[in-house]
Design a protein around this ligand. Structure first.
Ligand code: ADP
Ligand code: MG
Length: 628
């Protein structure tokens, strides 16, 4: 409980004790009023102040205004009737505040749950000064500083390992339980926990730009992106509150006037004003206003604990309507770790050809390039390479030791006007041209991720109508992978722009209500990620481009999480709709009862607080997504 909440709890207790005590003390007249005003003001002074502020700022119609008018009205009515029955007004205020307290506690708790689940925020960084370790605020560490991470500590800032070797626990970032080994020269991202050895790290980013800050920002800002349902509620509240205020006014004034002037009966003002005040108490839309954002918030929190970052409630809503899922191949359904299977028709020694390839590829972040550099295995001297150009969906050209080198697919060779020898093996081909003439090709192959097949089946089982795979790779490779995985449609040999076109075509073909999700790794497909109704990025480990372009990020590259994300979003939306229907339904029922004079203020406040508690508890259910 926060200090504010504790203060409120004390106020609630004082007011409740006073109110109960007063029931046993016989008083009347002005003394009675003053005695009752004490608990009333203890519990309600802030509401009255808020209502006054609202009137001053011309934003009259809010909850505080409703409560202030209803309770002051009830006191005035009791004075007028000389009944001395002030209990009702105090109790209404008391229950309203109990409801508010419960709500802020529940919201705070779910927020805390979420940050506990995302327990990755580092508190300090160790910097060596004069031979001693000093703990400093990670925010103050400049790029290029050497920091020390001891076993058991969190890596506070992204960087490169300068000294030491260790294994890292990345589970808070990815949900993945296998440790990752790092050694000198490896890149390391913040948020992991250092498990075994001492590491010295040279930082490559500021804290604010580091992975851990980015992820926390994402989660914290997610709730500020409003979904359609939330916009609906906000609009609804803007229209609804004034509407019920006028309705209450009409209820207080019209029936007595009609009785007096039209029917010649006594006006019965007290009765109708009483009903109008009850009507006001009932009308408080708090349950709705609080439980909808809370449901989304809990859903987003639950998802992030499962390793799925959803960037906003609007995306939660779109995700739940997904009917078509389009995948990128490399890095998404396959691991993106290619093995060299063979080198054919080489004009040079195989080793030399691989060296040229690795050097030419030295600046690319494409999985193919990384794999070739790895296969080459030796230190790459970047100063030997100049004029690097990457042709997305094609390959690279560069000058190595001043010699022109091209490495890429059929398309690139055609574009450069180089005659190439086609390869019959099933695999991805990297043709090489040196000094403008063909120098052979490297056959590489990738393997599908262990869960890819299951992932496609899980999507089918979750009612996804169509799955499509898009790739820039060769037809033979694409079709083999597609058949292995059981995706419905496959398009191959696409340039990045073709992928966008293809996705647009697919969006045209489906109905407006069905949504299309594109799942990619952010390499050569960032435009598609933003063009799709919803972009889901894989390979979030370190890939900033993907995190930025996508609406949903799967922290551990596991395609099984796509179906999981969709199920989580559906559960969340189901809860949202339940709460909307439940809260509005009960409200309307009690408003009618109040107008008819059947419900009194006690029932009204119980209905209000009750609906709110149930709605909030229901919202919190969205946090639990383990079993989906
Ligand atoms: P995918 O759609 O499978 O993710 P991309 O669109 O990233 O594939 O790339 C398509 C094709 O372009 C690759 O299969 C490869 O033949 C070629 N290519 C792209 N980048 C490179 C590179 N850096 N080196 C060699 N070939 C490349
Ligand atoms: Mg790709």
């Amino acid at each position: 409980m926060s200090r504010k909440q504790k203060k409120m709890l004390i106020r609630v207790l004082i007011a409740a004790v006073l109110l109960i005590a007063l029931q046993f003390i016989p008083t009347d007249g002005a003394l009675r009023l003053i005695l009752y005003l004490i608990p009333y003001l203890v519990i309600g002074y802030d509401i009255l102040l808020k209502a006054l502020k609202g009137i001053k700022n011309c934003q009259v119609f809010d909850e505080s205004f409703l409560m202030a008018v209803a309770t002051i009205g009830a006191i005035a009515l009791a004075l007028h009737e000389q009944s001395g029955d002030y209990t009702e007004a105090v109790a209404v205020m008391l229950f309203y505040q109990i409801g508010e307290l419960f709500q802020s506690y529940a919201v705070g708790k779910s927020r805390r749950n979420i940050s506990d689940l995302m327990d990755i925020r580092p508190d300090y960084a160790n910097v060596e000064r004069d031979g001693r370790l000093e703990q400093v605020d990670p925010d103050e560490v400049e790029i290029g500083t050497v920091i020390v991470v001891q076993p058991g500590e969190k890596v506070p800032i992204d960087g490169i390992v300068l000294e030491g070797a260790s294994s890292l626990n990345t589970s808070a970032l990815t949900g993945e339980s296998l440790p990752r080994d790092v050694k000198e020269g490896d890149e390391i991202i913040s948020g992991c926990i250092n498990m075994s050895g001492l590491l010295k790290i040279r930082t490559t980013k500021e804290f604010g730009e580091s992975t851990v800050s980015k992820i926390l920002d994402l989660v914290e800002n997610a709730s500020s992106r409003k979904s359609k349902s939330e916009e609906f509620i906000a609009k609804f509240a803007r229209v609804y509150t004034p509407a019920v205020c006028y309705a209450a006014l009409a209820l207080a004034v019209l029936p007595p006037l009609v009785r007096m002037l039209g029917l010649g009966l006594p006006a019965d003002w007290d009765n109708w004003i009483g009903r109008a005040l009850t009507f006001l108490v009932i009308s408080c839309p708090c349950a709705l206003v609080i439980s909808i954002p809370l449901s989304f918030f809990a859903g987003i929190g639950g998802a992030s604990a499962a390793g799925v970052l959803v960037k906003g409630s609007n995306y939660m809503e779109t995700l739940s309507k997904t009917k078509v899922v389009v995948f990128d191949k490399t890095g998404t359904l396959t691991r993106g770790v290619f093995e060299v299977n063979g080198i054919h028709h080489s004009e040079l020694e195989d080793e030399k050809l691989l060296e040229y390839a690795a050097l030419a590829e030295s600046a690319s972040s494409h999985p193919i390039s990384k794999s070739i550099q790895k296969a080459y295995g030796k230190e790459i001297d970047r100063s030997r390479v100049t004029d690097i150009r990457e042709i997305s969906g094609g390959g690279v050209t560069a000058k190595v030791d001043g010699i022109e080198v091209a490495a890429g697919n059929d398309k690139l060779m055609k574009q450069l006007g180089i005659e190439y020898i086609s390869c019959r093996s099933v695999g991805t081909i990297v043709h090489m041209a040196i000094n403008g003439s063909y120098a052979g090709h490297i056959v590489i192959s990738d393997v599908v991720k262990p869960h890819s097949r299951e992932a496609v089946q899980a999507l089918k089982a979750a009612g996804i109508r169509k799955t499509v795979m898009l790739t820039g790779d060769r037809r033979q490779v694409a079709e083999k992978v597609a058949a292995d995985l059981g995706v419905d449609e496959v398009c191959s040999e696409l340039l990045p722009a073709d992928k966008v076109e293809k996705v647009e075509e697919l969006i045209q073909k489906k109905s407006e209500k069905e949504k299309l999700a594109f799942v990619g790794d952010g390499i050569n497909d960032a435009p598609v990620l933003s063009r799709a109704d919803i972009g889901i990025a894989m390979g979030a480990m370190g890939s900033d481009a993907a995190i930025e372009a996508a609406d949903v990020v799967l922290m551990d590259d596991d395609p099984l999480k796509i179906a999981k994300a969709i199920k989580i979003s559906r559960k969340c939306l189901r809860i949202v709709y339940q709460n909307i229907v439940f809260a509005i339904g009960i409200k309307l029922l009690f408003l009618a009862l109040g107008a008819l004079g059947i419900a009194n203020m006690w029932m009204a406040i119980f209905a209000d607080v009750g609906v709110m508690i149930i709605a909030v508890l229901n919202a919190i259910r969205a946090l639990f997504v383990k079993k989906l």
